[in-house]
Design a protein around this ligand. Structure first.
Ligand code: PGA
Length: 247
């Protein structure tokens, strides 16, 4: 039985003063929730998240990481640095990184490997654009994104990783994939892993992301292969995020 996981992705939002109430509320509210809970916050707030959340059931992590260990990479942050700050997880391959910053499948795979090497749990995002869905290549796109990571890391790496299916057309748009649409792709992802190793495929947690709200969380999370969510906008409102965690 896979334990549910809900991850908040704050994206580029927050302020030192404003974060306190949100972090404290999530910390308090998550204590009574059965699912695992994590928050991925902007780099400058990782130390603050660590201070507030340390000792609680809420884990914290970053939204991206360098594929390199150290060196002359101005502006980058390594996986070891995140581990130093007490992070336990990091998002890799979010569609905003893929589309705005040119993260290719190969770069995402390298980031996945770098994260695991530093002891972090990578949260690997995959998903198709609206144009891709409409032209019937969803399966091909998601499989290509998964295969890049399988080739670089091997299926055994999925034992200590999380996958998030985020259809790009559903992110921040208010258009959620229907539970059936989401389940269909989740099942496909699990089947891709099962083709390599059936036991690992059963343990890998696959989250859904894209306009998850308190009103639709329960039906999405009720699907056989949906093990929780990656929550953007709704993670900035403590009551909404906690309602999703409770679902
Ligand atoms: P959203 O974002 O919940 O605001 O759609 C999800 C994400 O991009 O992780």
């Amino acid at each position: 039985m896979r334990k549910s996981l809900v991850v908040g992705n704050w994206k580029m939002h927050g302020s030192l003063a404003g974060n306190v109430a949100l972090l404290e509320a999530v910390k308090a509210g998550a204590a009574g929730v059965r699912a695992d809970v994590a928050l991925c916050v902007p780099y400058p707030y990782l130390a603050q998240a660590g201070t507030v959340l340390s000792g609680s059931k809420v884990a914290w992590g970053a939204q991206d990481v360098s594929e390199y260990e150290s060196g002359a990479y101005t502006g980058e942050v390594s996986a070891a640095m995140l581990a130093d700050l007490g992070c336990s997880c990091v998002i890799v391959g979010h569609s905003e990184r893929r589309s705005f910053y040119g993260d290719t499948d190969a770069v995402v795979a390298a980031k996945f490997v770098a994260a695991q090497k530093a002891g972090l749990t990578p949260i690997l995002c995959v998903g198709e654009t609206l144009a891709e869905r409409e032209s019937g290549v969803t399966t091909a796109v998601v499989t290509r994104q998964l295969d890049a990571v399988l080739a670089a890391a091997g299926v055994s790496a999925l034992k200590s990783a999380v996958v998030a299916y985020e259809p790009v057309w559903a992110i921040g748009t208010g258009k959620t994939a229907s539970p059936q649409q989401a389940q269909e792709v989740h099942a496909l992802i699990r089947a891709r892993f099962a083709a390599e190793d059936a036991a690992i495929a059963q343990t890998t947690r696959i989250l859904y992301g894209g306009s998850v709200k308190p009103a639709n969380a329960q039906e999405l999370f009720g699907q056989t292969d949906i093990d929780g969510g990656l929550i953007g906008g709704a993670s900035l409102v403590a009551a909404d995020f906690l309602a999703i965690c409770a679902a």
